[in-house]
Design a protein around this ligand. Structure first.
Ligand code: ADP
Ligand code: MG
Length: 481
């Protein structure tokens, strides 16, 4: 985790600590260095004062070569407790008198040196000219011990460092307290934001802990939540009312559809009875002397045929609406059996003299027996119907696998269909140009399409004028029993 990823609280504490440590380090170094310089300067001044006194008092003893007095003056330097040794040198630099503090055994310089002070490891050596009437008569020397000064300096340093450590600890504690002041509102805001996104609950609100910028941010955030919540509520109410409207309309619509269906069903049904009556009476009258009149007979036969066509149309329309209405329960079916049943149920195909070739086995599909039978019947009826006069109808039926499906083909040797007519013929009431001279109403193929699509299948055809047609239907393949 890089410092960039640290929590805000840690960043704040670390930043504060870094700044404080830098400042304290600078101040401590400054204090310690200036204290050291101050202490040294003080020591040099003290030693010079002592040296000055020795030089003043000893001038006469040097001039008169009075060693006993010189000795006494040197011994007087012990008034200053740090004095370790003192000495007087003649003007030629040779030692004249010397004094060492009790138990101080280190040697002292054996010849005079130019006036000045020099620090060594543990003491300060200072020389000064001794003057009499403005003329140099010798040199004075004093050596003072530095251990007391060092002790004082060490104590001072320890105090500074101790104070710094206490300051750092205090800063740390304060930074932690202040950090809470700054981060708490931010943390509370961020946890609310996280809760809002996690639960998608826009009714939550962030807690405002102060009037600062974070407080303003909290206000803005809460206002935003409020707006989102109101729009969400609006959308919900709108959706609910829409759903209700849709439900109401759907209910009304299904009611209407049901009524319509019941209506058309009963109309269709009720139409068939009078049609049958018309047809029967026309046929009855045909048998009477009046019907045997050529013109009347012609008209009567037309009436009977029209009634029969209309009856056919009603039957087809009933079949069409039935396919639309009923829910088909699909089951595995053997197409060989289905074809055999169709041929058995509609003996007119065999009786028509048509040549029917079936390339068994046709395979198994998932479908509804009655619906497939109806579709195959309609296709075979067309195949035997749309044949030029005098030609013997020939029908081939075969099937093959196509992906997960099975496609059943029914080919004829009929009049064929023009390319431009092919696509619309599966719609209700659509007939091709060349179909006019054949009986029909254009409902059959639409029943085929509806039935096959109800079974999750597809239908289609390929043809060319005068070359026969191939109709196919494709259904999901069923596994062998
Ligand atoms: N096997 C076919 N050969 C030629 N034309 C066909 C064939 N099957 C269907 N058609 C054309 O498609 C039209 C629609 O067929 P269909 O819906 O069964 O109506 P209908 O048989 O009552 O005419 C037919 O009128 C005809 O023009
Ligand atoms: Mg037809």
């Amino acid at each position: 985790m890089t410092p960039r990823d640290w929590p805000i609280g840690r960043k704040f504490v670390a930043g504060t600590l870094a700044i404080t440590l830098t400042a304290i380090a600078f101040v401590s170094v400054f204090l310690i260095v200036s204290e050291q310089r101050l202490v040294r300067a003080e020591r040099v001044a003290n030693t010079h004062a002592l040296l000055g006194m020795v030089a003043n008092n000893a001038a006469a003893s040097l001039v008169f070569d009075d060693e006993a007095v010189a000795q006494q003056i040197l011994a007087g330097t012990t008034a200053e407790p740090t004095t370790r040794a003192a000495a007087l040198y003649r003007s030629d630099g040779s030692i004249f008198a010397s004094f060492s503090a009790p138990r101080y055994t280190s040697p002292i310089p054996q010849s005079a040196q130019p006036s000045g002070a020099a620090f060594t490891a543990d003491h300060l050596d200072a020389f000064a000219d001794v003057l009499s009437s403005g003329k140099k008569v010798g040199t004075a020397f004093v050596r003072t011990d530095l251990s007391a000064m060092r002790e004082r300096f060490r104590g001072y340093t320890m105090t500074v460092l101790g104070c710094s450590a206490v300051a750092v600890v205090l800063v740390l504690v304060l930074a932690r307290l202040l950090q809470r002041l700054i981060t708490q509102p931010l943390l509370s805001l961020s946890s609310t934001a996280a809760a809002v996104t996690q639960k998608s609950d826009f009714s939550l609100r962030a807690r405002k802990l102060g009037q600062d910028e974070v407080g303003q941010l909290v206000d803005a955030f809460n206002r935003m939540l409020e707006e989102v919540e109101t729009s969400q509520q609006k959308v919900r109410t709108h959706a609910a009312s829409l759903e209700q409207q849709v439900n109401e309309r759907t209910a009304r619509l299904s009611e209407m559809v049901a009524e319509m269906e019941a209506f058309s069903y009963s109309v269709s049904h009720d139409l068939r009875a009078p049609l049958r009556t018309i047809r029967s009476f026309a046929e009855v009258i045909l048998e009477t002397p009046a019907g045997r009149d050529a013109v009347t007979g012609h008209h009567l036969r037309r009436i009977a045929r029209a009634a029969q066509r209309m009856d056919r149309l009603i039957v087809d329309l009933l079949a069409y609406s039935k396919v639309a209405k009923t829910e088909l329960k699909l089951e595995p079916l053997d197409l060989d059996d289905v074809i055999d049943d169709v041929l058995a149920d509609y003996p007119q195909f065999a009786a028509s003299g048509a040549e029917i070739e079936i390339r068994k086995p046709l395979g198994r599909v998932l479908g509804h027996n009655a619906a497939i039978s109806q579709a195959i019947y309609n296709l075979m009826a067309n195949a035997t119907k749309f044949v030029p006069d005098g030609r013997r109808p020939a029908i081939s039926i075969w099937a093959h696998e196509r992906g997960p499906n099975r496609r059943l083909f029914i080919r004829d040797n009929g009049v064929g269909i023009a390319e431009e007519d092919l696509s619309r013929l599966f719609r209700i009431f659509e007939r091709a140009q060349n179909a006019a001279k054949f009986d029909g109403n254009g409902v059959g193929l639409s029943i085929v399409r509806r039935a096959v699509e109800k079974m999750n299948g597809e239908v289609g055809a390929t043809s060319a004028l005068g070359e026969g047609s191939t109709f196919w239907l494709e259904l999901p393949q069923a596994s062998p029993p």
